[in-house]
Design a protein around this ligand. Structure first.
Ligand code: NDP
Length: 236
């Protein structure tokens, strides 16, 4: 059964990652999710892991392999923001975002794809952002980290395509989670007025795009950037 495949979602403690873990679980997949704080949904194997630490990444994969078997579908979702205008952005703001969103994703992808290549099956789904290609004032670090995931996925698609491993990007728009709850009212209203569908996105909107890309019927889709943004980024 394709739906009993093993899925790993990084950052499954809350927000989009938690919803994705629940959606894959409900579809019958065997799901593991990483967390640093909090926990993971019932019926999901929780593994503690900070993706800025290669040792923790390796340990998490060993645990998942022992409990569930090799990861066949990787959803690299964990990410952070440190928003501020360029003139005020510290090295630490830059380094934290790049080390988590970009290098952290690299660490997880490198570890996940070894068994995928061996087993001649894999689905890599990188959670980017509409901001990666659209740009956003105050998010130079975040936009740089998220646009880099497009280059990563497309290079992976070319490197691993012959091994039946696909690599795609999901680019959410404005989704209601803790990450966006901290934004000022006027910023949220400003975004809303520019979204053709006239509403903010939900975590389920994103989760179902990832579910589709992981499925057996998506095997001929690779190197794609799938927007889940109500049309906010159209044209990029
Ligand atoms: P949340 O802040 O709600 O959740 C982020 C998740 O990432 C948490 O589970 C957190 O774990 C985990 N995480 C953060 N840093 C690390 C780390 N170093 N190691 C391991 N896990 C880590 O964010 P969202 O759910 O909103 O965002 C999820 C993804 O979607 C992110 O990549 C984000 O950039 C992207 N995105 C979000 C959008 C939105 O509008 N919300 C729009 C576009 C993209 P813990 O809490 O346990 O530390």
């Amino acid at each position: 059964m394709a739906e009993s495949r093993v899925v790993l979602v990084t950052g499954g403690s809350k927000g989009i990652g938690r919803a994705m873990a629940e959606t894959f679980r409900d579809a019958g997949y065997r799901v593991a999710a990483t967390y640093r704080s909090g926990g993971v949904p019932d019926g999901v194997l929780g593994v503690t892991c900070d993706i800025t630490d290669q040792g923790q990444v390796d340990q998490a994969f060993s645990t998942i392999e022992a409990e569930l078997g090799p990861v066949e579908i990787l959803v690299a979702n964990a990410g952070v923001t440190r928003d501020t205008l360029l003139m005020r952005m510290s090295d630490e703001d830059w380094d934290t975002v790049i080390d988590t969103n970009l290098t952290g994703t690299f660490r997880v992808v490198r570890r996940a794809t070894r068994p995928m290549m061996r087993n001649r099956f894999g689905r890599v789904i990188l959670i980017s952002s509409v901001v990666g290609l659209l740009g956003s004032p105050g998010q130079i670090n975040y936009a740089a980290s998220k646009s880099a995931l497009v280059g990563m996925a497309r290079s992976l698609a070319r490197e691993l395509g012959s091994r039946n491993v696909t690599a795609n990007v999901v680019a959410p728009g404005f989704i209601e989670t803790d990450m966006t709850a901290v934004l000022p009212e006027e910023t949220i209203a400003g975004y809303k007025s520019r979204i053709p569908t006239g509403r903010l996105g939900t975590v389920d909107d994103v989760a179902h795009a990832a579910l589709f890309l992981a499925g057996e019927h998506a095997g001929y889709i690779t190197g794609a950037v799938v927007p889940v943004d109500g049309g906010l980024g159209m044209g990029h």
